[in-house]
Design a protein around this ligand. Structure first.
Ligand code: SF4
Ligand code: SF4
Length: 283
């Protein structure tokens, strides 16, 4: 089996203070951090053992806050990247961390989904980090939340990023874009149309629950981060019997990490080889 896992442990703290985020400058207690570290170690051991039966694995870490400022996320990415049955290991990050640790990873399988948050980091500092990634040979995408006040910063970043680095734009939550506004963002991200509106998904076939699962720190398996129904547990293997194609039970899907798996959208083709880190084939 070729399984894709979206992992989100208990970590819920971040070193940034984005005005649009509930995790801004939140702190985890030492106990919460210990719990997150132990949960991640358990997941990494499971992932390492998962190749024994001939299965292959792709993993995207989608922490609520920022993972790469914690050594255990960096170490886990390096560890999993080196496993032959792990086809891809990626994480969503604000890129505030150092980059030297990436030299230890197998860069054929590790990739980063980075987000630039103007107001939290200077253009120069973020761009310098991107250049470090490029120099190291790391696969990465860069994104910006499409708030009107971010447009100038996004344009400047697009102009100065290496041309082969894909810049994605996420529609800001709760914002509806006039056509002329959408055109401005589309000029930066030709795929912005996929983010502009939530995707009607009720009853439509979605790969989650069959070849894609969501896992939390306790090993609870759900089809995706948005549907609460539990399919089983990762660590007692009970989820396996529940894996099967099934339609989406929700009315809409408005997050890329969800709708990228909708079978009615062409995103597996557009992002072939880069679905998890959000790198299109032409990016
Ligand atoms: S960097 Fe991400 S997790 Fe941190 S505050 Fe900003 S949006 Fe939230
Ligand atoms: S379409 Fe979105 S909400 Fe529905 S099952 Fe797929 S990922 Fe989950």
């Amino acid at each position: 089996m070729d399984l894709t896992v979206l992992y989100r442990g208990p970590l819920a703290s971040c070193d940034y203070d984005c005005p649009y985020c509930p995790f801004a400058k939140r702190r985890d207690t030492p106990d919460q951090l210990r719990t997150d570290r132990a949960a991640l170690a358990r997941f990494a051991d499971w992932a390492a053992a998962a190749g024994a039966g001939g299965d292959t694995l792709s993993v995207l870490f989608t922490p609520w806050g920022e993972g790469l400022v914690r050594s255990w996320y960096r170490d886990t990415l390096v560890r999993l990247s080196r496993l032959p049955h792990v086809r891809r290991v990626a994480i969503q990050t604000n890129l505030s961390c150092r980059t030297d640790w990436l030299a230890e990873a197998d860069l054929d399988s590790l990739a980063l989904w980075t987000t630039y948050h103007p107001g939290q980091v200077t253009h120069e500092r973020f761009l310098a980090k991107c250049r470090e990634l490029t120099a190291l040979g790391v696969r990465y995408s860069v994104g910006v939340v499409g708030q009107p006040e971010h447009l100038a910063a996004a344009r400047r970043l697009r102009a100065e990023l290496p041309p082969d680095v894909y810049l994605w734009i996420n529609a800001a939550e709760g914002l509806s874009y006039q056509d002329h506004e959408a055109a401005e963002w589309t000029a930066l991200d030709p795929l912005f149309a996929y983010s502009r509106h939530p995707h009607p998904s009720a009853g439509l076939p979605c790969r989650t629950g069959a070849s894609v699962i969501s896992v939390d720190g306790a090993g609870t398996v759900r089809r995706c981060h948005f549907v609460p129904e539990v399919l089983g547990n990762l660590y007692d293997d009970s989820y396996r019997a529940a894996l099967a194609p099934r339609p989406c039970p929700l009315s809409t899907c408005d997050c890329h990490i969800g709708y990228v798996h909708l079978e009615t959208l062409p995103l597996y083709e557009l992002f072939a080889g880069g679905v998890l880190e959000r790198i299109p084939t032409t990016g």
